[in-house]
Write a protein that binds this ligand. Sequence first.
Ligand code: ZN
Length: 217
Amino acid sequence: MLLVDNQVIINAKPRYLVAGMGDSLAVLFEGRACLKNEARNSLGAKQPFFAVALSQYCFDMLIKYGEQAKAACETKVVTPALERIIEVNLMTAGIAFEGTGLAAAHAIHNGLTLIPEVHNYIHGEIVAFGVLCELFLSDAEPQEMDLVYDFCERVGLPTTLAQLGIANFNRDTVFAAAKMTVEDPYLPHEGKYITAEDVFAAIVSADAMGKARKAKA
Ligand SMILES: [Zn+2]
C-alpha cells in the first residue's frame, strides 16, 4: 500500500517535489536505452509492455503539468496538476523504472558523486543533469533535447555543472567522474562500447548547451 498525505508534500520545500520530477524524467530515456540494448530491468527480466507505456506517460505528465505542480507546491495548495505529479513521482515512475530498467542517467549520477560539491544536491537533481548527458550520449534528436532542456529550465532543474556546485570546471575531475560512470553497472544498458571519453564529451556538451541557452534567455 502506498499512502501519501498531500499536506506533507505542500508543506515541504518545493525543491523536493522538483527533484522528484528530475528522477521521474529519467524513466523514459533509461527505459528506451534498456529496450534498445536488450538490457534486463531492475528485476532481471524483460521489459513488460505496460512499463514502457508508463514511462511515456510519466514524461508526458511532467511536460504538461510539472510547472503547474511546482507553482501549487510553492503556494501550498493541492491542485489536480500537483496530484498528478505526486502520483508520477511516488508511484508511476517507480513502477515504470522497475519494469524498464536504469541506464546512463543514473550511471552518470553515480559518477558525478565522485565530485564533493555535488553532494549538496538531491538525487533527482543530479539525475536530471544525467538525463541531459544521456541525450547527448544517445544522439537524441535536437527537438527532443529542446523539449527536455525547456522542461528543466521551467521547473528549475539543473542544466549546467555550475548548478550542481561545480563552478570552476576542472577537466581532470570531470574526466575522473566519466571514468567512474563507465565502471557503473548501469552504463552497459546504454550501450556496450561507451568509453570514458564518450561520457566526458556528453557531460561537457550537456553543460555547454545549458550555458548557451541561459546566455540566450
Ligand atoms: Zn533515481
